[in-house]
Design a protein around this ligand. Sequence first.
Ligand SMILES: *[C@@H]1O[C@H](CO)[C@@H](O)[C@H](O)[C@H]1NC(C)=O
Length: 400
Amino acid sequence: MQQRQQLLLLLCVCCAALVLGEVLPLEPDFENLQGILPRAATRSDKLQLFQSIWGVLRSDFVDDTDKAKLLYTQLGNFRRDEQPCLSGPTGRSVCELQQEVRRHLKMLMSQRLANLLNAEENIQSYGMYIAASIEPALVRDILVNAVEDVYFHRPLDKLVRQLEQLYTDRDEVSFKMMIEAELALYWRYQTMHDSNEVFLFNVARVANRIVTHHMYASVDASLQKRMAALQESLPSVLRLLFDPQGFCLLSGSDREYLYTTITDDWNYGLNGRQVFTWRQQNYTDSAGLIRAFLQEPNADAEAATPVFTLRGEYFKWYLYVDPAEGNRVGALRSGSPSSSTSFWTIGYLDNVLIFRQRDLTMCVAEQHDEERRRVKMLPGQLHTPPSEACQWQPVHCAAH
Ligand SMILES: *[C@@H]1O[C@H](CO)[C@@H](O)[C@H](O)[C@H]1NC(C)=O
């Protein structure tokens, strides 16, 4: 008995040394784990070595992600090069062991990620750490786990933005990881049957950012398919807002569409053309076709509300507000919008959109003549919902 205990102790010390100390202090040595075995070591000897390392790891280094990651990789190599799962009891044990280490690794990494999210710390570099040297399926499991962990503790719309941090500029692996994370969050939301408009708006925004990104073309087809399924399941108002084909806007009060005049009779000062609603219910045509463009946030305004420009597609002129004309909405004749009067924040509610600049809200105003109403930015419409004159429903434009 005494002797057996000593032996066990020796083995543990030895393994600890293997993992930590003299023999394998550095990664290259660890990577060459099998080099320390006698040349003639059988596969079952090697399995035993792996098992004892796992034992030490679990008892003495239970929080050490690096070591778990190395062991996991080594087991993977062993399985690939020497000992496939299907061949006999040793094969089975190898794969069981690898599963066990995988579960452990998943738990360590998803907990750490969840802690960073809860503490609102940047997750970019930890994301890179996860993605490095671990297969995509495990990365995905880790993300799903982490999302489940934090789901009830974080404001959901904020979580969407936090997960965006996973993407590192020009890095494709991190781009895919960000997509996986947003998908995990969205489907979790769906499973919970939650209802959160700000969250949905942010998901639609990120989905748009993803699918219009130049790297998206090189993402594998199955991931693209899952992204498309996400977009399909978003409310149609949000799909339209980000539709590359554009949309028309009907006023909430009269269902009259907003359009930019197409002849010089309606020049607006020297700057552009006038914008009206046309007093015929549900009528639309290409003079009303608009596209919303999300402005890239600058780095120090990460959490700020997303800002858009709105471009009338007929002439490619941008909607803007003229303070000198009682805050009427017009369309800028040319160029790209330069001043804050061309930047909009967009709210989403039920099946309508709300367009704002600071404390002003875009609304249908007084009649201009028999056929038209003016469109103006009005104060005092910050309550939710604002009056129907300040709600806009996006619809597909009829092609005339
Ligand atoms: C406009 O569309 C709405 C909703 O589809 C409908 O209730 C209304 O009757 C339509 N109005 C006209 C004049 O077609």
